[in-house]
Design a protein around this ligand. Structure first.
Ligand SMILES: NC(=O)c1ccc[n+]([C@@H]2O[C@H](COP(=O)([O-])OP(=O)(O)OC[C@H]3O[C@@H](n4cnc5c(N)ncnc54)[C@H](OP(=O)(O)O)[C@@H]3O)[C@@H](O)[C@H]2O)c1
Length: 310
């Protein structure tokens, strides 16, 4: 892709990158392995970071350190920004708005749907295409089959740069609304937090009998693998509203969760993690749905349609 003439004047660059090129702005815990992944994949990688010293190991591996953020943005058609948050994106890229024209900006900072839309409008207003990304990964799982990234925003940009995006992680696009990736990110994070909070409660239960968390970890991991296998069935039931044939009823699970809360109470262990689920199961049973599948809790959680009076 060739550089616009005014941009060459602005940056002093005389031409665009000759091979596949990406720019990575922000070389923190996530930005560094992302830049490494592109270097390993043979890309020309231009980097910029507020704290320049963080770029040194990457330069030693072949990255090009831009003197200014404007030069970094101008260097590649695809600009990837794994910065701390949206304010950091605005602050870092603020001096480089003229260089954004014709570029595709991929914002990888965690945020909210509203702020993603706001940042998209800002980038598009400066002539860039915009993708909002959410990294379902840890630094060590970037560019491995374990991590995956969620995107929303320009479908054309996603199609154009899919190959580049897949260098970082398997890439999933959720539509043109730039806020959608953040909604999916938060929802999936919630699945993980519920499991991790359950693990910490279990550790507290076993601590009361002298069993260390290290013994629990492999048992819990094995159980979670089994639970993961159950997700498609849960999804099918919640998606169709067909709760009558489920193998695991509200009443059955209510007894189990009651037992968990009672055990906690009797040993002075906080039951805060499971008390909300107990309340939901109690409500479902009180409403006459005790023989429905566990998945029917979905009916209490989903947003209710507004009544005509609202
Ligand atoms: N770490 C994880 O496990 C993980 C996993 C998934 C998603 N995430 C998300 O990924 C994003 C980046 O996380 P991270 O762990 O890589 O963070 P990090 O290690 O703290 O790095 C933050 C980056 O943002 C830069 N930065 C912060 N404020 C700035 C500002 N005002 N102007 C310019 N640059 C600024 C930092 O520059 P300096 O080097 O100059 O400080 C650094 O390059 C976050 O939104 C995080 O929630 C992280």
């Amino acid at each position: 892709m060739s550089e616009p003439t005014e941009l060459n004047e602005l940056t002093g660059l005389t031409g665009g990158p000759t091979g596949p090129a990406v720019t990575v702005i922000g070389l923190g815990r996530m930005g560094t392995p992302i830049a490494v992944a592109f270097l390993d994949a043979g890309y020309t990688v231009t980097v910029w970071n507020r704290t320049t010293a963080r770029a040194e190991p990457l330069v030693a591996r072949g990255a090009v350190l831009a003197d200014t953020v404007t030069e970094a943005v101008a260097a590649s058609p695809l600009v990837i920004a794994p910065l701390l948050d949206h304010d950091a994106v605005r602050q870092a890229l603020g001096p480089a708005t003229a260089a954004l024209r014709g570029r595709t900006l991929v914002n990888l900072a965690n945020s909210t749907p509203e702020r993603a839309r706001e940042l998209s409008a800002w980038a598009v207003g400066h002539g860039a295409s915009y993708l909002d990304g959410a990294m379902m990964a840890l630094p060590q799982t970037v560019a491995t089959p374990i991590g995956f990234f969620l995107y929303s925003g320009s479908p054309d940009a996603f199609a154009t740069y899919r190959t580049e995006l897949e260098v970082m992680a398997p890439a999933h696009h959720f539509g043109a609304d730039p806020g959608t990736a953040e909604i999916h990110d938060l929802a999936v994070l919630g699945v993980g937090y519920a499991a991790l909070a359950g693990f910490l409660h279990a550790a507290a239960v076993l601590d009361s009998v002298g069993t260390p968390p290290q013994v629990l970890a492999p048992l819990a991991a094995r159980w979670l693998h089994g639970m993961a296998e159950f997700l498609p069935e849960l999804a099918r039931e919640a998606g169709s509203g067909a709760y009558a044939e489920g193998v695991s009823t509200i009443d059955l699970n209510r007894a189990a969760v009651d037992g968990l809360v009672d055990l906690s109470d009797s040993r002075g262990i906080a039951a805060d993690v499971h008390a909300p689920l107990k309340a939901l199961l109690d409500r479902r049973a009180a409403d006459g749905h005790g023989q429905d599948s566990f998945s029917s809790v979905f009916e209490l959680l989903r947003a209710q349609p507004a009544s005509p009076a609202d």
